[in-house]
Every structure is written in structure tokens, then in C-alpha cells.
Design a binder for this molecule. Sequence first.
Ligand code: ZN
Length: 165
Amino acid sequence: MTAGPCFGCGAIVPDVDGPTHPYIHSSAGCWKKFGEVQAQESRRFGYPPAHRLVVDAYAAQHPGDGSDRRDRQSVFVHLVALCAMLERGLAPASATRLLGTLVHLQGGFPRLERDSGPGDLTVLHMLDAPDYEGYERRAREWADAVWGSWAEHHETIRKALAAGG
Ligand SMILES: [Zn+2]
């Protein structure tokens, strides 16, 4: 099977035909890998706290062009979640509750464009972690890399978080 880089995150993934998400923009091979990561996570660790970071990192690393409101909302909300957990140390469950308050952000969701690359780590970082501690550490490393790739919008996100939380 041939492989190539995902247009969203750059991960080298199998070149396959298959389903993708309507507003998380990845190649089909990358979406498949994300599915494998989630299946592995669920089988090995149930529904662990790191799940939230994994989902937020994946979604924030695969923005669309922002022309669809759902694209803008998805990237924005997942970045707020990353900010809440990484910078403010919120527990995943608290971050999830907080996001509920963001659905009605005044003025709608701005279009955020990523000037730098997608970050050094991808969903592939999450496969075959030695144990749950390693899985959580990898999730945090990946999430840090993704959050860092949106540096020019950190202030916007922090403000939204402060307003919502
Ligand atoms: Zn990807």
C-alpha cells in the first residue's frame, strides 16, 4: 500500500479511500489512523482523562478553510479546550462543561488561520504507547505542539476562555 502525507497534519499515512469527518479536514488515511488510536485507547484504557486532549489536539490540527461556520466553531472550541487544560490546568470534565458555555459566543466564531506548520507531532504519536502514563504524556506532548502551532491566536483564545470560564 502506498503512503503519503495528510494534507492537514503532515503525518505519513496510508493512501486509502474512506470516510472523513465533515468539518475536521484530514486525509482518509489520517482519519483511519485516528480511528485506530481511539479504538486502541478504548480497548486498553476505557474512557480515560486523556481522551479529551486527544480529540481536541486532532480537531485543532485539522482546520478547514474557515468558510463553513462549523469549521470555524470546531477549531475555535477545540483550541479553547486545549488552552483550558494546558495553560489553566482544568480537568477534562471541567473543560467539557466550559465548552457548553461557548456555543453562543457573541459575534460568532472568528476565522482563525494558522500561519505556521501543523506542529511536530501527529496522531501517529499516540499509537502503541507502553502504558497509560505514557499515553497521557504523549497526548500532552502532541497537544502542546498543536497549541503552539496556533501561537498568533493565543490571545484571542485566552480572552474567550476568560469570558466563558
Ligand atoms: Zn492528519
